[in-house]
Ligand binder design. Structure first.
Ligand code: AMP
Length: 210
C-alpha cells in the first residue's frame, strides 16, 4: 500500500492535483474536507457536531478526523494506495496516522504565495456531486456552472469567503507548517512551486509519483 500526502495552504491546488493522481494512477483520493462536507450534507450525528467548526474555518477535533481517515483507509476499494488531501494538519494527526501502516510513503508540499491563494479560492467552484474542482478564472468549466466530469451543478463552498479564508490561513501557519517541517526533517518531502499553472505542476507531480 502506497501513501501519498499532499501538503499546501488552502488554495494551493491539493484537491485538483489529487484528482489528477487518482485519474492517472490506481490510488484513491481521501480528502478530509470532502469527507466532512459529505457528513454535514447528510446531517448525520457527526455531521451536525463538526459543522460548527468547518463552517467557521476552524479545524475539526483531531480524534474525530483521525477516526474518519482510518475508516476510509480500511475501505475495500482502496487496494494499491491512497492520496491524502488535507490530512494530517496537526502534529496529533501525524501521531494518529503513524498507527496506520504504509509500505511506501511520499509527501509533496505545494508551495504558493498568499496573494495567489486568496484570488484562487475566491474564484473556486466545485461539483456538488463528484467534488471536482474548477475555477472561474484559471480552470473554466466548458459550460457555466456545470461540472465537466459528471454534469452536476457547480457551487461555491460556504467557507470560501474572504474573512474565513484569512482565518484558515492563520490556522494553517500555526498548526500545519510544523507538520510540514516535521516531514521535511524526515527527508521524504518533495517541494514544488505551485504558483505555476495546474498542468506544469501536474507534470512535476506525475514524474514523482510514477
Ligand atoms: P479543505 O477542503 O481541506 O479546505 O477543508 C475544509 C474544512 O474542513 C477545514 O477548514 C476544516 O474545518 C475541516 N478539515 C479538513 N481537513 C481537516 C483536518 N485534517 N483536520 C481538521 N479539520 C479539517
Amino acid at each position: 500500500m502506497k501513501r501519498i500526502i499532499l501538503f499546501g495552504a488552502p488554495g494551493s491546488g491539493k484537491g485538483t492535483q489529487a484528482d489528477k493522481i487518482e485519474r492517472e494512477f490506481s490510488f484513491k483520493k481521501i480528502s478530509t474536507g470532502d469527507l466532512i462536507r459529505a457528513e454535514v450534507h447528510k446531517k448525520s450525528v457527526i455531521g451536525n457536531k463538526i459543522e460548527e467548526f468547518s463552517s467557521r474555518g476552524l479545524l475539526v477535533p483531531d480524534e474525530i478526523i483521525i477516526e474518519m481517515v482510518k475508516n476510509r483507509v480500511l475501505s475495500d476499494d482502496i487496494k494499491e494506495g491512497y492520496i491524502l488531501d488535507g490530512f494530517p494538519r496537526t502534529l496529533d494527526q501525524v501521531k494518529g496516522l503513524s498507527t496506520v501502516p504504509a509500505e511506501e510513503e511520499m509527501a509533496v508540499f505545494l508551495r504558493v504565495n498568499e496573494d495567489i491563494i486568496v484570488k484562487r479560492i475566491l474564484s473556486r467552484v466545485s461539483c456538488e456531486n463528484c467534488g471536482n474542482i474548477f475555477n472561474t478564472i484559471f480552470q473554466i468549466p466548458a459550460k457555466v456552472n456545470v461540472c465537466d466530469n459528471c454534469g452536476s451543478a457547480l457551487t461555491k463552498r460556504n467557507d470560501d469567503t474572504e474573512d474565513i479564508i484569512k482565518k484558515r490561513i492563520v490556522i494553517y501557519r500555526a498548526e500545519t507548517l510544523p507538520v510540514i517541517n516535521y516531514y521535511r526533517g524526515k527527508g521524504n518531502l518533495h517541494e514544488l512551486d505551485a504558483s505555476k499553472d495546474i498542468n506544469t505542476v501536474w507534470k512535476e507531480i506525475r514524474e514523482l509519483v510514477k
